[in-house]
Write a protein that binds this ligand. Structure first.
Ligand code: ADP
Length: 260
């Protein structure tokens, strides 16, 4: 009848993966990938089997952050790609398959085709968690991913800054529309602890994400400071949760992982 809703796209069937968690941010550069990596490592340190799927086709950063840059996955006898493993985490990224420049001219359907390949044509084995590092924003490709992939929930990364927060709110609404539960918001770059005078500076404003989470009735998962160590470890492929597991920031990431 005229009143019938269009059927939702079929969900992919991913046997062997217990929970699929999307890590999302409404804009780029807020620390989504850094958070995804350290949350995945936090889960792994709890004894869970964990994979990371880098769905950020246009700017894949998982190869660099997981110290796997330049590597190529092997294919097994069933023609499935074997994820590359580092720090105990199975990783798959478009960055392992194509040169960066090739992906830039892709259109929506090609992006989804590529993502399906990364999800389905990979021998993930059994995973307690698959963490998906989504592309930033709320565009068509992301919407399709959220409709096609059986996501258990989404974690939203935001800075305390107003613009980033407004965008984060848009992200929250999108997940609501596609029926994906929001696990919570992480406030990244929440403040700077001056190593000299030990005073806290709220560079992007104070408590923005915390207040937004409260207003929207969403779980607040924690705040991660802006820290030289996080930047250095992340960009050199030696994540802080691996290299400095007892540092205060690593403990925050682990606390966040426990809520997922
Ligand atoms: P996104 O995935 O949102 O684009 P990234 O995780 O790539 O963001 O982070 C962008 C840059 O900011 C990277 O150089 C990363 O090392 C740095 N960064 C992310 N989070 C922090 C933080 N809490 N403190 C310092 N640097 C950070």
């Amino acid at each position: 009848s005229l009143h019938r809703m269009p059927p939702p796209p079929n969900k992919l069937k991913l046997d062997g993966i217990d929970r699929i968690i999307a890590v999302s941010s409404a804009k780029g550069g807020v620390g989504k990938s850094t958070s995804a990596v350290n949350i995945a490592l936090g889960l792994s340190s709890e004894g869970k089997s964990v994979g990371i799927l880098d769905a950020d086709i246009f700017g894949p950063s998982i190869p660099l952050m997981m110290d796997l840059k330049g590597q190529r996955p092997y294919t097994n006898e069933n023609n499935l790609m074997i994820p590359l493993i580092n720090y105990g985490i199975k990783c798959m990224s478009m960055g392992f398959l194509v040169e960066d420049e090739d992906a830039l001219v892709w259109r929506g359907p090609m992006v989804m085709g590529a993502l399906e390949k990364l999800l389905k044509q990979v021998d993930w084995g059994h995973l307690d968690y698959l963490v998906i590092d989504l592309p930033p924003g709320t565009g068509d490709a992301i919407l399709t991913i959220c409709q096609r992939v059986p996501l258990s929930g989404a974690v939203i990364i935001s800075t305390p800054q107003d613009v980033a927060l407004l965008d984060a709110v848009r992200g929250v609404k999108m997940f609501g529309q596609v029926g994906v539960p929001i696990i919570g918001i992480v406030e990244n770059m929440s403040h700077f602890d001056c190593p000299h005078c030990h005073e806290k500076s709220f560079i992007f404003g104070a408590d923005g994400a915390k207040n937004t989470a409260k207003k929207m009735g969403i779980n607040y998962l924690g705040d991660v400071p802006i820290q030289l160590e996080i930047r250095e470890t992340s960009d050199s492929g030696k994540p802080i949760t691996v290299t400095k597991p007892e540092s205060s920031s690593s403990l925050i990431y682990k606390q966040i992982s426990k809520q997922i």
